[in-house]
Each structure stands twice: as structure tokens, then as C-alpha cells.
Ligand binder design. Structure first.
Ligand SMILES: [Ca+2]
Length: 178
């Protein structure tokens, strides 16, 4: 019990001395740049925020671009800052903060720029409206008909990220691309 108490005390002191201060950055992959936004917005507001940053929700995705985004999603961590606030970062960035070793793995749903708003079942990249040449739907997705017209990365129980359809009014984190 004493050991457990000491462990909690060490954790408490560590948390209260953390000041990680990570900033959110664009991640480059070949000619594209991606940013992972932690704010939870509906699909339309997410697209508006991307536009304000001269970008779009991630779109026109190839197989390797999709793999890159999933690798980022799988390595996303939340750092605990001063015990209460959160600061987000990537596992690779953690290497720059060797003193900080307490973090939680995030399992996040994130909007990307696919939708079938214009015509049910005709999934395209928005916008501009572009044909979807590569797809990465989960085996039973899209499965929600007219209720769900927007696309996201969803972490399924098999612990893999795949594409899923969700109601556009749901509020999720999102990925912009420029
Ligand atoms: Ca639909």
C-alpha cells in the first residue's frame, strides 16, 4: 500500500510540473500537408474551419496517403499538462520531451472530406466534388443510408481505423489537407 501511495505521489508531482507546450503542426506527406484538429465540430463547420486555413477536409486520398493518416491517428497521444489541461502531440514528438512519460492513447473519430450529401450512395470527395478512386470502408460500411452522409475515420473494435459513414451533424475531430 505504501508503495502504491508513493507511486501516486510521484505521479501527482510529475503532473504538476508538466509544461509540455506542444503546438499543433502541419504534417507533410509528399506534396500534401495535413493538420489534425482536436476540436469537435460537425462536418460542415469542420469544412469551414479547413477553408479558413486555405485547406479542405482531407480528400482525394490515395492508398499511401490513407496509410499515412492512419499511422498518425494510431500514434496520437494526449499529454497531461499541470494535471488538468491537455496538450496533444505525436509519439515522435514525445521523444523531444524525455522527462514526460505519462500520456494516454487517444481513440478518436475524425471527419475527412467524403460525403454522399448530393445523392444517396454516391460517395465523392468534397470539395470540389471528385470521384473516389480509392476507398477504405470498413466491411459493413457505409451502412446508415440517408441518416449518415458524411465520412470519418472510425476506430472499430478490431482496433483498426477504417472509413465509416456518420450523421453530418455529429461532432468529431477532423483532418484538414492542403
Ligand atoms: Ca448516406
Amino acid at each position: 500500500m505504501a508503495i502504491l501511495g508513493a507511486l501516486f505521489l510521484v505521479m501527482y508531482i510529475t503532473l504538476n510540473n508538466m509544461d509540455v507546450g506542444l503546438s499543433v503542426n502541419w504534417h507533410s506527406f509528399r506534396s500534401k500537408k495535413y493538420i489534425f484538429m482536436e476540436e469537435k465540430l460537425n462536418w460542415f463547420d469542420a469544412q469551414t474551419v479547413c477553408h479558413a486555413m486555405e485547406s479542405f477536409l482531407a480528400h482525394e486520398m490515395s492508398a499511401d496517403e490513407n496509410s499515412f493518416l492512419i499511422s498518425i491517428l494510431n500514434s496520437k497521444y494526449v499529454f497531461l499538462k499541470n494535471g488538468y489541461n491537455r496538450s496533444y502531440g505525436l509519439l515522435s514528438e514525445l521523444l523531444h520531451y524525455k522527462d514526460f512519460n505519462i500520456f494516454l492513447l487517444l481513440g478518436k473519430t475524425a471527419w475527412i472530406g467524403g460525403a454522399d450529401i448530393h445523392q444517396e450512395g454516391d460517395w465523392r470527395w468534397y470539395s470540389p466534388l471528385t470521384e473516389m478512386k480509392f476507398t477504405y470502408w470498413h466491411s459493413n460500411q457505409p451502412n446508415n443510408g440517408r441518416t449518415s452522409n458524411c465520412m470519418c475515420y472510425y476506430k472499430f473494435s478490431t482496433t483498426v481505423y477504417k472509413w465509416a459513414d456518420e450523421p453530418c451533424t455529429s461532432r468529431f475531430s477532423f483532418v484538414c489537407e492542403k
